[in-house]
Design a protein around this ligand. Structure first.
Ligand SMILES: C[S@@+](CC[C@H](N)C(=O)[O-])C[C@H]1O[C@@H](n2cnc3c(N)ncnc32)[C@H](O)[C@@H]1O
Length: 272
């Protein structure tokens, strides 16, 4: 059983390194993950484990990987992908089109974006930058192997076109889609890292802000604002919004989706 003292210590490590707030009702979840990690490391003292987390970067990364929630699948919240398809066909925000997927988790989101863009843009150039803090999720994303549950929402034609079907529960993403996506390990709250990614016309930041408190949400959204081009769009998860977080964006409804547009500043406008 984790005492309150240790619970607070581990919560602080998670918050300081990811921005994730672990609620009190998730104490048992944290305890299970810690026990599992200590067993793997062959440590039986919480005190020694804490010291390791504070001194060994690799141990910290594995711990973070254990406490993150990686739930995702292809074509999740399809209305956002439809809105993206509509926007790239009706507005010109410059070429090549650059999309950021943060967090990308195990890759289903950035690969879904690549499939949609390939279908609507054909040979027009585009690229997707995919970022997550979880080193093991990224490993899986780069491998590109998925089970049936992950791909079950995809139209069958795309399954045949963009995957090697190894057996009825193993699907491998083909290079014809993989080549559009580059994965990076990084923290959305790390301003310097985020700025180093360059500018994007579209940013997907879905199902991450729900784990953040208000200061972390504000920091994350401000970081993303800085790397969106004027006139570019931010996509959030359906349970997330910018209400009380940022008034810098203009909400726009595209069919069933609400997306957030970064207004074009006058000096940017002059170049058109
Ligand atoms: C529920 S998944 C969302 C995946 C995908 N965007 C979707 O909506 O299906 C949340 C992901 O956020 C990642 N994450 C947590 N904190 C992060 C941070 N500070 N910076 C970048 N990624 C983070 C986790 O590793 C996890 O893979």
């Amino acid at each position: 059983m984790l005492t309150n003292y240790y619970f607070e210590q581990f919560k602080k490590i998670v918050y300081d390194n990811t921005g994730i707030t672990i609620p009190d009702n998730k104490k048992y979840f944290l305890e299970i993950r810690i026990k599992e990690h200590m067993l793997e490391l062959g440590i039986d003292s919480l005190k020694d484990y804490l010291v390791m987390l504070k001194t060994d970067k690799m141990v910290l990364k594995e711990f973070i990987s254990k406490v993150t929630v990686n739930e995702t699948y292809f074509y999740r919240e399809f209305f956002h992908l439809k809105a993206l398809a509509y926007l790239v066909q009706t507005e010109n925000l410059g070429s090549p089109i650059r999309v950021l997927s943060i967090p990308s988790s195990t890759g289903e989101e950035p690969y879904s974006i690549a499939i949609v863009l390939k279908e609507v843009l054909g040979f027009r150039p585009f690229s997707i930058t995919a970022v997550d803090i979880d080193i093991n999720a990224l490993k899986k994303a780069k491998e590109g192997l998925y089970n049936y549950r992950s791909v079950s929402k995809l139209p069958e034609a795309y399954l045949n076109k963009y995957f090697d079907i190894i057996d009825n529960n193993t699907f491998k993403i083909k290079d014809n889609i993989k080549k559009y996506v580059k994965f990076y390990e990084g923290n959305i709250l790390d301003e310097r890292f985020i700025k180093s990614l360059g500018k994007f016309q579209y940013i997907f930041c879905k199902n991450l802000l729900i784990y953040f408190d208000r200061p972390a949400k504000i920091k994350a959204v401000n970081n993303l604002y800085d790397i969106l081009v004027g006139g570019g769009y931010l996509f959030l998860g359906h349970a997330e919004s910018l209400s009380g977080i940022s008034s810098l964006f203009e909400p726009v409804k595209i069919n069933d989706a609400i997306v957030y547009k970064k207004p074009i500043k006058e000096e940017e406008d002059e170049f058109f």
